[in-house]
Design a protein around this ligand. Structure first.
Ligand code: ZN
Length: 231
């Protein structure tokens, strides 16, 4: 049985502002929250004789719902309800671009502190077909530090113009940046919805999740188009 949570970034932003990542007091505050949730789970495990765990839930739709409910109650709050989504679990603010190494160093303490009932770290990359060593460097670094790592690279495909790379977010979904194609029958769009990969053009996401994916920035510089000459 799990206790799920999302939005550590937003909680700390309430007390320390939206740029709190380098503030040790703010970081300790967020780790304390995880530790307290872990303690609750241990207390419940003792009391009920079932195993309880702290679950960094994928929040596929809660990212939208919780933010919407808070916006109705508290209005538009900068860095919190103004984004239309809440940040997944303990993840680094998706709008910022630490290096993959900085991101992993920042996030690794949360599963250690107790959020170990299900979680993922991931980094966003440009096309790295020509530079697999860059991916290997991150994987080697991650191996001794985190329990689960996702690698997000552009793999969208347009069957009209044969573009391959990252599709562009639009109001309602994603479009081919080369020819504007949005037809789910002739595009293949794959994004990491949360822990798993989804096809948002075939199965649209809730508004908040779409906004969150559209807000993500890469953690490494480079092209987001395969074979730029051919597209
Ligand atoms: Zn196209």
């Amino acid at each position: 049985i799990s206790l799920g949570y999302i939005g550590l970034y937003e909680v700390a932003s309430v007390f320390y502002g939206g740029e709190w990542e380098a503030n040790p007091a703010a970081k300790d505050f967020t780790v304390d929250i995880i530790r307290q949730m872990k303690q609750l789970c241990e207390d419940w495990s003792d009391a009920y004789d079932y195993h309880f765990s702290v679950y960094s839930t994928p929040s596929e739709s809660l990212t939208d719902r919780f933010c919407r409910l808070d916006k109705a109650k508290f209005g538009e709050v900068e860095n919190i309800t103004d984004k239309d989504y809440y940040t997944n679990s303990f993840h680094y603010d998706v709008r910022k671009n630490p290096t993959p190494f900085e991101k992993l160093d920042f996030e690794k303490i949360y599963p250690e502190a107790g959020a170990s009932g299900g979680f993922i770290h991931y980094c966003e990359y440009p096309v790295l077909q020509q530079n697999p060593k860059a991916l290997e460097a991150v994987w080697d670094y991650a191996y001794d530090r985190v329990g689960y790592l996702g690698t997000n690279t552009p793999i969208d495909h347009c069957y009209e113009c044969h573009f391959e790379g990252d599709f562009e977010p639009t109001e309602r979904g994603f479009k081919c940046p080369n020819c504007g194609n949005t037809d789910p029958k002739t595009v293949d769009v794959v994004k990491r919805t949360c822990g798993y990969l989804g096809n948002p053009q075939a199965r649209p996401m809730v508004h908040g999740r779409h906004q969150e994916i559209a807000a993500r920035v890469k953690h490494m510089n480079g092209s987001t188009i395969y074979n730029p000459g051919q597209a």
